[in-house]
Write a protein that binds this ligand. Sequence first.
Ligand SMILES: [Fe+2]
Ligand SMILES: [Fe+2]
Length: 220
Amino acid sequence: MITLNDVKNSPQVVNFINQTERAMTALHYTNHGLRHTNLVAERASQIAKGIGLSQREAELASIAGFCHDMGNFMTRTFHHYYAALLFHQIFQHEFEPEEISTVMQAIANHDKEEMNFSHSVSSVLVLADKSDVNRTRVTEKDINKIKLDIHDKVNYATTESNLKIDKTKKRITLTLKIDTNFCPIMEYFEIFTERMVFCRKAAEFLGYEFGLVINKFRLL
Ligand SMILES: [Fe+2]
Ligand SMILES: [Fe+2]
């Protein structure tokens, strides 16, 4: 049975992710390379286990997490679809049909406008991906340029970012620490309101409430 480690050791997957990182850096985007994909893979596994999905579902969620952005080197706009199809091309002979379609659907779903869910693995991936906001994601080094790009600015201002799962209270909470001297919280919502709506919908599908705490204030 193919594992996350097998996928991480696929030279083709690693190459697609590294190509993606170069393409995103050229577009002045935040990190979409191995830093992001490793974190999303780990967070997906943490969420899946935290809400009590099976060991294998947690593995599939982390595999989807590792591969979800690898289509960005071909196109930003449809990267989620390309990544899903690339995944199929690489691994079609190595997964059971049910498993590969679950991973493909999760990957394709993670940035779709019509965000609806029919599988827990897809919901877990959305929560893992959309909660990755952090200073360590900013690739730009020039602080003056960081201030001019709202995505860089919000990420740079976010010095702590954690996702906690409370199985008893049925709540998944994203806790952020934002340096408000560098970036007003309003700017976070200016770019991330849609992401937070995606997280709420994903959590709802799993039977959970989504919470957001910024600088110790509960906002959701
Ligand atoms: Fe993406
Ligand atoms: Fe992503």
